[in-house]
Write a protein that binds this ligand. Structure first.
Ligand code: CA
Ligand code: CA
Length: 175
């Protein structure tokens, strides 16, 4: 287990606790889905619906796999067990990654502009300096854009317990 992976898990838990209750509940995912979709108001209806579905499925996967005491909430102690069997979350994370990156690419050219990336990542709750550092780490091409596929891979790496020294660690670094 990489310490970096624990730090990534800790950060994502704090952000997913969108209502600040200290635990994850369905309401957190509804709240965050609404925020993220609001940041992509010019994306198509299907892409926005796919993002909401991805958040819902992600919660249902977490609840099924991690809510050890079946109280309908996931504590941090329960959540951190996700690193023990990451393969159980691969499908939900892939759906989430594809839906998010699709919102970042409303014109469908396979590239995501920095401003759009920043809007979406801000909606999730990441810090501005960390968002910029991550975008730079993703290797922007001409026009200050990153490949949608690179972002998707980056999200999957972020949730991979065995990965260290990845672009996504920029999100954990103190701004
Ligand atoms: Ca909560
Ligand atoms: Ca629980």
């Amino acid at each position: 287990m990489q310490q970096a992976a624990i730090e990534r898990v800790r950060l994502i838990f704090s952000l997913f606790d969108a209502d600040g209750s200290g635990n994850l509940e369905p309401a957190d995912f509804d709240l965050m889905a609404a925020r993220v979709v609001a940041a992509a108001s010019d994306s198509g209806e299907a892409a926005r619906a796919a993002m909401q579905a991805a958040f819902r499925n992600y919660w249902m996967t977490l609840a099924a796999e991690l809510d050890a005491n079946r109280d309908g909430q996931i504590t941090f102690e329960e959540f951190r067990a996700c690193v023990l069997s990451p393969e159980r979350f691969d499908a939900a994370i892939a759906e989430f990654a594809e839906a998010l990156a699709a919102l970042g690419d409303p014109d469908g050219d396979g590239l995501v502009e920095r401003e759009r990336f920043t809007d979406l990542m801000t909606a999730i709750g990441f810090e501005p300096a960390n968002i910029d550092a991550l975008f730079d780490a993703f290797g922007p091409v001409s026009g200050d854009r990153i490949k949608r596929s690179v972002w998707i891979s980056g999200i999957k790496d972020y949730y991979s317990p065995d990965k260290a020294g990845i672009a996504g660690d920029r999100l954990v670094a103190a701004g």
